[in-house]
Write a protein that binds this ligand. Structure first.
Ligand SMILES: [Zn+2]
Length: 185
């Protein structure tokens, strides 16, 4: 099977929808990721890890070589949204905060939801939904493990995207918690 050209897809998406990343380098590649990961991204800086700078990488798991292109693009919007947040709020993302978000399920979950909400605010929620449905199917088929802090669940994504003016816009994290709760019960 021919691998989709993620460098081409990624650069097209960056140019069209992430203007604030025009001076940022993102290395895109296929990789074999952890059993629960479809895509990952991180600062690319060997000397001082977890320090936002001008270089980042996004790896896509090889399971996605036969995924619908819309799902790949949707997944990339989520990763680029992380990178955009790090670049735009560089001073807030100290190595300590990176570590804290990475190791706390609560903060991690919040960060993932906020990342998805920024994608929706850009008008790219449909791609996110394609990715979410795809990932759900792959997990249901037993080919990947589900993750606990995986961002907005498919049914919530669907609800927000199809609300068509009946929800606040942009739909903030506070709005999200008001509508859906914080997952504590
Ligand atoms: Zn994420």
């Amino acid at each position: 099977m021919k691998k989709p050209d993620i460098v081409y897809l990624g650069n097209k998406l960056l140019k069209k929808s992430f203007p604030s990343l025009r001076r940022t380098t993102i290395y895109l590649g296929w990789n074999e990721l952890e059993p629960d990961a479809f895509m990952i991204c991180a600062p690319y800086n060997a000397k001082t890890p977890n320090t936002p700078g001008t270089e980042y990488y996004t790896d896509v798991d090889i399971i996605m070589i036969d995924a619908p292109l819309a799902a790949i693009i949707g997944g990339l919007t989520h990763e680029f949204s992380h990178i955009e947040e790090w670049v735009n709020n560089r001073r807030l993302w100290t190595p300590t905060r990176f570590r804290r978000v990475e190791t706390s399920p609560k903060l991690r979950g919040e960060d993932e939801i906020k990342t998805d909400l920024r994608v929706i605010a850009k008008g790219l929620g449909m791609g996110l939904l394609e990715f979410s449905r795809y990932a759900e199917n792959v997990v249901a088929a037993g080919l990947k493990e589900a993750i606990d802090e995986g961002g907005i669940p498919t049914e919530h994504l669907e609800y927000i995207i199809k609300a068509d003016g009946r929800l606040p816009h942009p739909f903030t994290y506070r709005d999200y918690i008001n509508y859906f709760g914080n997952g504590d019960g």
